[in-house]
Design a protein around this ligand. Structure first.
Ligand code: RNT
Ligand code: ZN
Length: 419
């Protein structure tokens, strides 16, 4: 069936449920998703010729051929991905993706000029940038970083983060749109610490020092990301949820919620409405934990759907920033990016198409069966796909059924030729 005919039909069927599909599409295109640069090269970065993810309590598995080996290749892969996804995108960079031009420049000496290549490229593509300090894959990150009792180590990382804030502010000023700067550290202990408080109080002081310089929120917004545990930090993580929740509220900064950073039975989507009453802005790291913080590529599953619903229902889409955080080295990386981005968009679209008005009426009438049934009914509502197709068509990007072909074609022509 012709996409426009199908869409007209879908529009009528949704209208019967009190849902305006045109409005949903109009809203969806305005919600930016920040693409994680690190999906393209398994979090390796380009500081050294063969940089790879090391330590930091996170891990990438798989060695699918053709990963980006330098900035140009990564940009090429991002451009390809962008041609396969509808919607509005940002790019989330990590400090270890600096363009050092072969020079040895340590993390405590990074400058905005080391990211000019990225900014110029991003501006030419009309993409706004976000940023992350990088506290892993470094000889000084084998143990604690911002929590270290060793002043030399601590100061090194404080200086790194200060410089990253300057780089983020430089992006924000040039792109005339605030850059979100995220801080995540792996600091913790494999086994029971003698003292839990000491490291948290050092962390608090280190962060205060990093954030001492006031930078306009027109340019930069700082965010802190917690984690329940990491590899090698099973017994204690200094930057826990409670630590950062309190810290972010008291310092009036953003809080990052990563979908993989909580106990598997915790519902991250449910945390949003609880947190947004005391924290003005939130950064989400959209990820898919499979039994642990495995950073699998996100799919259109219940976790993602509910997260989308909570973002939309909050009516604060400008305050809840969406960043992707997955990296799977075992499958085609451009395909993985495309899949994760498209699924995230689908979750937002499904949320925008939810018959919220009727759900609320059922709830107020205490018709809880009706509420549950309607949720269930929408899962197989056959018209969702037509609206999604219309969205892709309007964005001028391929339909779902064409994606595999395009990804495979790029693999053959480009990534398979990489050494
Ligand atoms: C790690 C955190 C963090 C990283 C990125 C690369 O567990 O989720 O956000 O994934 O900074
Ligand atoms: Zn994360």
């Amino acid at each position: 069936m012709n996409i426009n005919t199908a869409y007209q039909w879908a529009k009528e069927e949704y209208a019967a449920l009190g849902v305006d599909t045109d409005k949903a599409l109009f809203q969806l295109v305005k919600i930016p998703i920040s693409l994680n640069c690190w999906q393209g090269d398994d979090v390796g970065g380009f500081e050294h010729p063969n940089s790879k993810l090391e330590g930091g309590g996170i891990q990438v598995t798989g060695s699918y051929p053709g990963k980006a080996r330098n900035i140009l290749e990564l940009q090429q892969d991002i451009e390809k991905t962008l041609s396969l996804i509808p919607g509005t995108y940002r790019l989330n960079l990590h400090a270890n993706y600096a363009d050092l031009k072969g020079k040895k420049i340590d993390r405590d000496a990074l400058l905005p000029e080391h990211f000019k290549t990225w900014l110029d490229w991003a501006q030419s593509k009309n993409i706004n940038l976000d940023f992350n300090s990088t506290f892993f894959s470094h000889p000084k990150a084998n143990d604690l970083t911002l929590c270290s009792k060793d002043k030399g180590i601590r100061d090194f990382w404080i200086e790194h983060a200060k410089r990253c804030r300057e780089i983020g502010a430089y992006f924000g000023e040039k792109q005339k749109n605030p850059c979100i700067h995220n801080i995540w550290i792996a600091d913790g202990m494999k086994d029971i610490p003698a003292d839990r408080l000491i490291y948290r109080s050092i962390l608090s002081d280190s962060l205060d020092e990093i954030l001492k310089k006031k930078i306009s929120s027109l340019y930069l917004k700082d965010s802190v990301e917690s984690k329940v545990f990491g590899i090698g930090t099973e017994s204690y993580v200094a930057g826990s949820h409670e630590f950062y929740l309190g810290y972010a509220i008291s310092r009036n900064i953003l809080l990052t919620l990563d979908l993989g950073h909580y106990h598997p039975t915790e519902n991250v989507a449910d945390k949003l409405s609880a947190i947004m009453l005391t924290i003005d802005e939130i950064l989400l790291h959209i990820s898919r934990p499979v039994r642990w913080d495995s950073d699998h590529v996100v799919i259109f599953n219940d976790d993602l759907r509910v997260t989308g619903e909570e973002i939309i229902k909050s009516k604060k889409t400008e305050k809840i920033h969406i960043g992707l955080d997955f990296f799977d080295g075992s499958i085609n990386r451009i395909g993985a990016w495309t899949l994760g981005c498209r699924s995230t968009q689908k979750a937002l679209l499904a949320a925008l198409l939810q018959p919220q008005h009727t759900l609320t009426i059922y709830e107020d009438e205490k018709n809880f069966f009706g509420r549950l049934f309607l949720f269930e009914q929408m899962k197989t509502f056959p018209f969702f796909g037509f609206v999604w197709q219309k969205y892709c068509e309007e964005a001028g990007v391929p339909q779902d059924y064409e994606i595999i072909k395009y990804v495979k074609e790029y693999e053959k022509l480009v990534t398979n030729k990489r050494g």
